[in-house]
Design a protein around this ligand. Structure first.
Ligand SMILES: [Zn+2]
Length: 308
């Protein structure tokens, strides 16, 4: 069996390039959806607490602050599951988006295998929209976001108590904006992770079903980083790297898991040059003496033994 090429596939054929871009776009849309769910949950709970704060007698500010903070404990009991549920909803939407992309990529795989004159794989079955990690990850996110929000409320309440103007209710209302950046980080991080988690399960299905097929060694996963001004050096370097289905990327790194707010996703690419020659690939595509690398294959560079 051919081993995975240890380099990057920068120049993808048109169908695969389009598909890789679509995966990144799908991730962005899923992140916006996840963030909106978190914002709605936060706003709803903040406003519930604001209603209670509005009823606190504020003549003695210090005592009013203590009363307000006492109300926070029950509010946190509501905030944790509300934010966990919003994270869970975001993860499910992301898994859905990820599997839609996988389904589209799988169609190209089927067509490419068919074009090699081999029997193409079956269409993708229905894959689960929830994985075992979704609930645990969502609960953790809900707990940490609620705790961060609670700290914001306490700080704002005692800042209010130390002043002699302003309304107590503003202390809780200001906590919404103060917590917003954390929501953004959770939405971004959980979206990328859920995207990869769902994709892993799809690739697991493909490996279980077709791992023994002659064309399977041509199937790779590709690392797609979001190459904008915000991309970090690590993710930028990982971009376009490929690994065999079922194998790890370099050093076991996973798209979405490199750091908080990692915006990397994984997409599929089929490299017929790695399909065993005697079975499938036209003779001119594989030269056993000096096999071309996938980069050469895609860039269609002339090899040494060809006249130029
Ligand atoms: Zn990344």
């Amino acid at each position: 069996m051919t081993t995975a090429p240890a380099h990057k596939i920068k120049d993808l054929p048109p169908d695969w390039a389009k598909s890789a871009r679509a995966a990144l776009v799908a991730r962005v849309a899923a992140e916006a959806h996840a963030l909106a769910a978190l914002e709605r949950a936060l706003r709803h709970q903040v406003h519930q607490l604001a209603v209670q704060f509005a009823q606190v007698h504020a003549t003695d500010r210090r005592r009013a602050a203590d009363t307000a903070v006492g109300l926070l404990s029950r509010a946190l009991d509501r905030m944790r599951p509300a934010l966990a549920n919003a994270t869970f909803v975001g993860r499910a939407a992301t898994r859905h988006a990820s599997l839609i992309r996988f389904r589209a990529e799988w169609q190209i795989v089927r067509a490419d295998v068919d074009a090699l004159g081999l029997e193409p794989p079956a269409d993708l079955p229905h894959l689960a929209l929830h994985g075992p990690e979704d609930q645990a990850q969502s609960n953790l996110a809900g707990q940490s976001l609620a705790a961060a929000w609670g700290h914001q409320v306490i700080a704002a309440v005692y800042r209010w108590a130390a002043k002699d103007d302003g309304a107590l209710v503003d202390a809780v209302l200001s906590s919404e904006a103060a917590t917003a950046p954390r929501l953004g980080r959770v939405a971004s991080t959980e979206t990328s992770r859920a995207f990869t988690d769902a994709r892993d399960e799809g690739m697991g299905w493909a490996a279980a079903e077709y791992g023994d097929s002659t064309w399977f060694p041509g199937l790779f996963k590709r690392w797609d980083a979001t190459l904008d001004k915000r991309v970090c050096r690590v993710c930028e370097d990982l971009d376009a790297k490929v690994a065999l289905y079922g194998a790890d990327f370099e050093d076991g790194a996973e798209p979405g898991y490199v750091h908080v707010s990692c915006r990397c996703v994984v997409s599929t690419v089929f490299l017929p040059v790695f399909v065993p020659a005697e079975e499938t690939v036209p003779a001119h595509d594989v030269d056993d003496e000096s096999p071309r690398t996938p980069d050469e294959y895609f860039n269609d560079q002339p090899s040494d033994d060809e006249p130029t």
